[in-house]
Structure formats: C-alpha cells, structure tokens
Design a protein. Sequence first.
Length: 216
Amino acid sequence: MLIAGIDEAGRGSCLGPLVMAVTVIGKADEEKLIKIGVKDSKMLSRGAREKQFPEIKKIVLESASIHILPEAIDSIRVTKSLNEIEAMNAAKLLNGLNSKPDIVYVDSPDVVMAEFGKRIQKYLEFSTRIISEHKADINYPVVSAASIIAKVERDNAVKELEKEFGELGSGYPHDEITIKFLKKYFIDNTEAPHFVRRSWQTIINMQEEKFQKKLF
C-alpha cells in the first residue's frame, strides 16, 4: 500500500514563497523515515533538516514540491481563502504524481479538520482516501518528511533573496529581524519589495503608515 504526506512551510510569513511538498512511500518502508529521525520540521534544527533532506529523497518512492509566490497568493486571495489555495495546490501535487497513493495524510489548516480533505477532493483527478488532521506533521512520519522538504526549500528560497537584500529573518510578523528589514525598506523606497505578500495585514499597515507620513 502506498501512502503520501503533504505539508507546507511559510503559510503565515509576510514574505517569500509558500512552499508545499508531498512525499510518497510504501507503508512498509515508513519505518526507514523513523529510523533517520524525521519529525515535524519545526522540531528540528536547520542543520538537522538539511542533513535529512537528501536522506528523505533517497528513502521515499517519490516527492514533489510547489513554490507559491507572493504575487500569486495576493492575486488568488481576492476570491479564495488561503486554505482553499493550499487545497488547490495539494491536489495539484497529488495529480502530478506518477505513483498514486492509496491514502494521503495531510496537516489540516481548517478548524474542522475533515474540511480540508473535502477541499482537496474537489480538485483531485483520481480516487484516494484523505486523512486530514491537526498535527499530522507530528503524528505521521510521511507528513513529517514532506514538512522537512517544504521547510528546507523555503529556507533556501529566502536565503537566495538575502543575497540581494540582506538579512530578512524568518519572514514572520513576530520576527524582529523581518520587521526591522521591512521598516527600513519602506523608509528607503516608495513601495513594498516584490517578494512580500501585499495582502498581509503587516504589509498593509506599513504601507498605510508610509502614506500617512507622506501626507503630513
């Protein structure tokens, strides 16, 4: 029996891509993921994630990822929720697999856990069982593996941006490094950088503050 896990990295970040990943493995081989120490990516150091990344790629039967850029998120959020955007892309990942899983485990962002599975089913082109749960990235090693792939790829994407723009921090609104970068950028420039999510409240507030200062 083939099982798949889906998770994301960067959902709440106000800059950089939202990265979603899927991993597929034979149920009997899942023990190999446990053996190398896979956990929810947030429970591992950056070094541990980067070490496990190639090991996961060797163990799983198949993996894939999608980078959803800020401009795409902003554009689609005009008509669809972030949960719906994630569901659409989860289905896109699954539809693109060569090895179709019998069961898919997914970390649910919906308050009612099963709703996210129903969202994904709408866009699927094949039949499978979806188990949508909170903390799936902790409870299922195949989801933990997807979590690690998504997180490493997102970290690398932010690292590429930092080569041009300097230290950006994690990208989350609670990160002082991120906020310090954004405030300075808005002081030095007339509009937000291309890699921020302009529909995020953090960015909207900074843009309004900039506008108010220009008025007075």
